[in-house]
Design a protein. Structure first.
Length: 391
């Protein structure tokens, strides 16, 4: 049997691997289709993401589907010939979460094609996969293997839509129109959303479409909050960043807000009463960098320039532009701040965080002022985070 084995960044080999024996309670699936996830791309281009690094050769892939070839003893739920989507996560079945029936929070989850644990969990980009019968989810015969391979990423989008609450009759904006964004549009449609606009801030046509829809629907635009942001992996030294990594951060963090500002200007200067407010989400990185953050820090410094320019050039149209620089808000993205962040002196140390609600209150305050008052710059941060002070 052959598999797609990643040895190091950009060193992917299609090579023979030993087939696993078929045990009781297991099924053997002939893999027919696989989706390439963002994490697969991170392993391929960067050798991992965050603190998760490739430390031994690993078969990639976890968005997979195929047809059951053989079943082990005591498998009655599924028969050979059945087309299945494979659930890539296998909970331990023993920890306290598994005992409570909350397997998705398992403390010892095994996930295909993941370097999170060592030895790594080998993935599904292979000709034949032996998995637990409970992981092989039957799909209708009318569904192709390629469609079934969307089951895992689509599950992510269904979860996102559930988190958003009831969508029946609602208007939905999906920001970021990659595969997950596109699947989220489908999930939102299924949940009964009345109108869905998908946009990608780095794409001028997509941005123009978003603002055209806004004007068509609401007649005017009062506030633009430029919030989209991304960064390159903090594990890569400045001199080793690829051009693509640099460019993708510039596109999202700088070009995106600029394009949105342009479109907002056009609407705000033409409406009556004329004017509006633009709030840019800067960052503590608009003042000082974290280690290995050149693309992020450079673009966040640049946002300060965009704020000042828009503030000046907006005066004649009654457009107020301000910037909020946020430090260590406890959102899901900041989860590893409590675990430990790389410090300037090379050590790893946990950092204090602040309630994300306090950031929301700050933005609402900025947005609530009449247009003849403006918070030009606001820094809102965890009081004791390492920002003011040396070291
Ligand atoms: Zn995935
Ligand atoms: Zn568990």
């Amino acid at each position: 049997m052959r598999a797609a084995v990643l040895y190091a960044p950009k060193d992917l080999r299609i090579e023979p691997v030993a087939a696993a024996p078929l045990g009781p309670g297991e099924v053997e699936v002939r893999i027919e289709a696989g989706g390439i996830c963002g994490s697969d791309l991170h392993y391929y281009f960067d050798g991992g993401f965050g603190t998760v690094r490739l430390r031994e050769p690993m078969i990639l892939g976890h968005e997979i589907a195929g047809t059951v070839a053989r079943v082990g003893t005591d498998v009655a739920s599924i028969a050979p010939g059945q087309r299945v989507a494979v659930n890539p996560s296998r909970p331990c079945g023993a920890c306290r979460y598994c005992a409570e029936g909350k397997q998705q929070h398992c403390l010892d989850m095994r996930f295909y094609g993941s370097a999170m644990r060592f030895p790594h969990v080998q993935g599904g980009f292979r000709e034949v996969l032996v998995c637990d019968a409970t992981q092989a989810v039957p799909v209708p015969a009318t569904m192709s293997a390629a469609q079934a391979a969307f089951a895992e990423p689509f599950a992510v989008c269904l979860h996102a839509v559930n988190r958003a609450g009831p969508l029946l009759g609602k208007r939905v904006l999906v920001t970021g129109a990659g595969p997950i964004g596109a699947l989220t549009v489908i999930a939102a449609r299924r949940a009964g959303a009345l109108e869905i606009v998908a946009t990608d801030v780095a794409d001028p046509k997509s941005v123009a479409n978003l603002f055209a829809k806004t004007k068509e629907k609401f007649g005017r635009l009062d506030v633009l909050f430029n919030n989209a942001g991304t960064g390159a992996p903090g594990t890569i030294n400045l001199e080793d960043l690829t051009f693509e990594q640099w460019q993708s951060v510039v596109n999202t963090n700088l070009t995106g807000p600029f394009l949105c500002t342009q479109e907002a200007f056009k609407i705000m200067k033409a409406q009556s009463p004329m004017g509006g407010r633009i709030i840019n989400n800067g960052s503590i990185s608009a003042h000082v960098p974290r280690p290995n953050s050149a693309p992020y820090t450079s673009t966040k410094h640049a946002i300060t320039g965009l704020t000042r320019s828009a503030s000046l050039d907006g005066r004649k149209y009654n457009i107020a532009c301000g910037q909020i620089d946020i430090g260590n808000a406890a959102s899901g993205m900041a989860a590893n701040m409590n675990a430990g962040m790389p410090q300037a002196n090379g050590s790893i140390a946990p950092e204090p965080t602040m309630d994300v609600q306090d950031v929301a209150r700050s933005v609402i305050f900025m947005a609530s002022l009449p247009l003849d008052s403006n918070v030009q710059f606001m820094t809102v941060m965890a009081t004791k985070m390492p920002f003011i002070g040396r070291g």
